[in-house]
Design a protein around this ligand. Structure first.
Ligand code: DP6
Length: 372
């Protein structure tokens, strides 16, 4: 599919005056990271992620037809019931990027009410769950507009669940790249990869090949090392890959790591899984440390946790590993079978390095998005 396939070939009848939709959408954690993008939110390399189950955003989108149509987007945003004007520029940019795909946007005033199951800007990707929840609400409006028009039966036939999800992912990407991986569970690929059929730069797809039982119900305990606002936004970080001395090697490495993961998912080789996932996390941060300007998002406690995980793994032989996002927090990944021992270790040795002893137990979800 190409961009044009997401432009409606149908003139909405706009007979709906007002309404509201609520969607819940999960966060995701990348195993092979997206870091570096071209224009129009096209990734420099493919990425692959586990969809999470507990970390999610719930968004209600209320819409009301403007009395007089204007040339401006009109919306208010609330986080946990509080007006959040600092979210507006990001949403304004999102609306501008998706306007041609949802031509009703300027016809309505929107109220966006959102809440997260985890702290905002904690390094847990709230932009992924937030933008995907908003995109899903917008898709529900589009669907309603189409369905409300009795003359639209031909369009309806095309407008099935598969198209709904694809377009929701496509729109989410234009809000935040990683958000396109939050629409469907449980293992999602975004970005063209030579070995993955139907992979696309425009939206995420479900990983289409065999996945060994070792990865079923894989656990992710997120250790909140630093709950402060991010010092460097992902968008700034992505842009620093443009003149980065190691950019091309990095993009190649990500492609190779996905090829290796295909084999790992088939055979269940946890040792190789750990090697790929930890190397990806450290490479992501190495890219930050070697860009100009350079920056470090890890904190001393991030390193203490990494070292403790390595010693514990050496001592016990358990298949525990870590990954990182663009922040100081650590995602501790482990198979379901090891849950009891790993949780004991986390409580005894790692929680002390978390801010206010805060951590969140999560696991891979199977398409946790939900229309409420
Ligand atoms: C480090 O998706 O937040 O989490 O497209 O600019 O919104 P934008 O970036 P974003 O970048 C996420 C980067 C990452 C790695 C990943 O999730 O793949």
């Amino acid at each position: 599919m190409v961009e044009q396939d997401f432009i409606p070939k149908y003139n909405y009848k706009l007979t709906i005056e007002s309404g509201k939709f609520t969607w819940q959408s999960p966060s995701n954690i990348a195993l092979v990271k997206y870091w570096g993008k071209k224009e129009h939110q096209i990734p420099e390399n493919p990425s692959i992620s586990f969809t999470l189950n507990t970390c999610k955003t719930t968004t209600t989108l209320k819409f009301e037809k403007k009395e007089v149509p204007t040339e401006l987007f009109s919306f208010d945003v609330f986080l946990d019931g509080k007006k959040q004007d600092d979210f507006k520029p990001k949403i304004e940019t999102f609306f501008k990027r998706i306007e041609s795909y949802l031509p009703f946007l300027k016809e309505y005033h929107f109220v966006i009410e959102t809440s997260n199951s985890f702290p905002h800007s904690s390094g847990i990707a709230s932009s992924a769950s937030g933008m995907s929840a908003l995109a899903l609400c917008l898709m529900s409006i589009e669907k309603l507009l189409i369905e409300s028009d009795v003359t639209s039966s031909a369009v309806e036939a095309f407008y099935n669940e598969e198209y709904f999800n694809k377009k929701a992912s496509f729109l989410s990407r234009l809000g935040s790249g990683s958000a396109c991986r939050s629409i469907e569970g449980d293992l999602i690929v975004w970005g063209i990869h030579k070995d993955i059929e139907r992979s696309s730069n425009l939206f995420g797809i479900k990983y289409p090949y065999q996945v060994h039982n070792n990865f079923k119900n894989y656990q992710d305990t997120i250790l909140l090392v630093d709950k402060g606002e991010k010092k460097v936004s992902s968008t700034v970080g992505h842009n620093l890959m443009h003149d980065h001395p190691f950019a091309q090697q990095r993009f190649e490495q990500a492609n190779n790591n996905i090829s290796k993961l295909i084999e790992v998912f088939k055979t269940g080789n946890l040792k190789s899984f750990i090697e790929i996932v930890e190397s990806e996390a450290l490479t992501l941060h190495a890219m930050m440390m070697t860009s100009l300007p350079y920056f470090i998002l890890m904190k001393p406690n991030t390193l203490k946790i990494i070292n403790a995980i390595w010693s514990f793994r050496n001592q016990t032989g358990l298949h525990i590993c870590f990954t990182l996002d663009a922040g100081a927090n650590v995602h501790v990944l482990y198979p379901e079978n090891d849950t009891e021992q790993v949780l004991k270790f986390i409580q005894n040795e790692l929680v002390a390095h978390c801010q206010n002893a805060h951590y969140i137990c999560d696991r891979i979800g199977f398409g946790a998005k939900q229309n409420l």
